[in-house]
Design a protein around this ligand. Structure first.
Ligand code: ZN
Length: 138
């Protein structure tokens, strides 16, 4: 049997050709990492929220705080819209993100802030975009 000299036979048992399976597995795991800020709805990965916080919501103090990131961002959101120029975009106005920075925004966000955070936002006259799950069907 002819063997290509550059072909390392020892590697063969370690390379199961399950490329298809691997490719399918990588999609849900990367989707799973995406979360939306519950106040402004910007969509980023959990890691990005921890590293950078939310650029629109410094008040939430997400940066470097995984517990706050868990409380104030959610994986339960629907739709994504890239907003390049929020002040000049009807989509941004419709989503009520026209005062926020350019980015990818969720169309609807399911979640509820804790009473503490709600009170803090309320006292500053800040609105938030997430809605509790039971309100979504109304
Ligand atoms: Zn935000």
């Amino acid at each position: 049997m002819d063997v290509d000299p550059s072909y390392d036979v020892d590697d063969v048992p370690q390379l199961p050709p399950k490329v298809e399976e691997l490719a399918q597995a990588s999609v849900p795991s990367s989707m799973k990492g995406l979360r939306a800020c519950m106040r402004c709805g910007i969509v980023k990965t959990f890691e990005q929220f921890i590293e950078q916080g939310c650029e629109n919501c410094a008040i939430l103090e997400l940066e470097g705080n995984s517990e706050r990131c868990n409380q104030c961002t959610t994986a339960f959101f629907e739709g994504q819209v890239a907003v390049a120029d929020p002040q000049d975009s009807w989509t941004a106005k419709w989503l009520r993100v026209d005062r926020f920075l350019p980015g990818v925004y969720a169309i609807s966000i399911t979640g509820q802030f804790s009473k503490d955070v709600e009170g803090e936002l309320d006292s500053r006259g800040m609105h938030w975009r997430c809605k509790p799950a039971e309100d979504q069907s109304k």
